[in-house]
Design a protein around this ligand. Structure first.
Ligand SMILES: Cc1ncc(COP(=O)(O)O)c(C=O)c1O
Length: 412
């Protein structure tokens, strides 16, 4: 039996590294007011419904876009793989954690996105962390959208921490004039890479890829695109942002996570064999971390097969996205720039956002509040997101509850 002991400062120590922890009361205060929207334990999960605090809610805040983490074929694949290979690889890909099924999955993923090679990591976060920090060398330039996912920024920070001077340029969100301004300031022959989300995770808007590609060609930059919210979501067959624009192989590196449309956990990068091979031998988050476990590999494989065979799921998801955007707009919500099944409701006031989130929650809808510092205080929002398995009735019910709550708090 272990006893929790709160450490006390030694008499001599003026500064204690833990002072900030004991002084941290933001979360506790919010909990006391019943206004703490994070780390909420889900007691049961049943596709589009969840049980929280003993009550059933419609899930409108998951990234399980195609609903595949609930597909019986995917569950079965995970169970079978566990029976055959066990629960863990117990080591990194580099040494003892590469199974034949890792390489089979990588070949299938490369084929799906039309690239020579792919490489899987254990989480999407580790994928960006490892790949970007591997690619970005000393005195090389990276141009990153201001609203790119945190894992992209952390990849840049890691490169800077390891190599010292890396040149970071953060351009205005999805603003190609701003990107061009930064690109034009650097010598044509300097090593450069532009990095962007394909679909932005909080805003639900799509990168302006055609213009971005022209700029990359004009200024001699490589393009790295994070398709976490785009594969399985955009394009007639779910092949993402390039398919959405009818463009093939415009990004030099494609990255994606498995925690969204692929109903699982992990991530991959895909591109030319030599680039992927370089990342494989340099990425610290791959080399120093245990590999994707068998159940996860098999569930991603099963999801991939379903996405390839059943593109109608992708179309249903897109239809729901359009339906919700139109529904919110007709109620008078500011749904900002969304063009996808990620539909943020812009509120722009910290307190109102939390009250509105709680009203939705009490009304039976689970959503995600996005507050400062994740966004500026005047841009706080409720992120809603949808799944191909939501029924029309569920969509209408969500709109009805949101409409009522919007009126109550003067948001419409
Ligand atoms: C754009 C983007 N990239 C990377 C990640 C990290 O992926 P994961 O959560 O699967 O580690 C996320 C996760 O939310 C994301 O939204």
């Amino acid at each position: 039996m272990y006893h929790y002991i709160r450490l006390t400062k030694t008499e001599e120590a003026d500064l204690d590294i833990f002072d900030k922890c004991y002084a941290f009361d933001t979360a506790r205060e919010a909990k006391e007011k019943g206004m703490y929207p994070y780390f909420i334990p889900i007691q049961e999960s049943r596709g589009t419904r969840v049980i929280i605090e003993g009550k059933e809610l419609i899930m409108a805040g998951s990234n399980n876009y195609l609903g595949l983490s609930w597909d019986p074929r995917v569950k079965e694949a995970a169970i079978e793989a566990t029976k055959k290979w066990g629960t863990s690889c117990s080591g990194s890909r580099f040494l003892n954690g590469t199974l034949a099924i890792h390489e089979e999955l990588e070949a299938r993923l490369a084929n799906f996105v039309g690239r020579q090679s792919a490489l899987c990591f254990s989480t999407g976060y580790q994928t960006n962390l490892g790949a970007i920090s591997a690619l970005l060398g000393r005195d090389e330039h990276i141009f990153s959208d201001k609203l790119n996912h945190a894992s992209i920024m952390d990849g840049i920070f890691l490169a800077a921490g390891m190599r010292g001077k890396v040149r970071v340029h953060r351009y205005l969100h999805n603003n190609m004039d701003s990107l061009e301004k930064f690109l034009a300031e650097e010598p044509r022959d300097a090593a450069k890479m532009v990095v962007t989300d394909g679909v932005f995770s909080m805003e639900g808007d799509i990168v302006k890829l055609p213009r971005m590609k022209e700029l990359c060609t004009q200024y001699g930059a490589r393009l790295y695109m994070d398709e976490a919210h785009a594969l399985g979501v955009l394009g007639a067959t779910g092949r993402g942002t390039e398919e959405h624009y009818g463009m093939k192989n415009h990004a030099d590196i494609l990255m994606c996570t498995f925690s969204k449309s692929f109903g699982s956990l992990g991530g991959f990068v895909a591109g030319d064999h030599d680039i992927v091979d370089f990342i494989k031998h340099q990425a610290r988050s791959l080399i120093f971390s245990a590999s994707m476990p068998p159940a996860t590999i098999a569930s991603v494989g099963a999801c991939l097969e379903i996405i390839e065979k059943e593109p109608e799921r992708v179309r249903r998801l897109q239809e729901i996205g359009r339906r919700m955007i139109a529904g919110y707009k007709s109620l008078g919500f500011n749904v900002s720039v969304s063009e996808t099944p990620i539909v943020p409701l812009l509120i722009g006031d910290m307190e109102k956002t939390i009250l509105f989130w709680r009203e939705l929650f009490d009304g039976g809808v689970f959503t995600n509040p996005v507050l400062s510092p994740a966004v500026p205080p005047d841009s706080t929002l409720i992120r809603t997101s949808y799944m191909a398995i939501h029924t029309d009735e569920e969509c209408d019910r969500i709109l009805e509850i949101a409409g009522k709550a919007g009126k109550k708090f003067g948001i419409l």
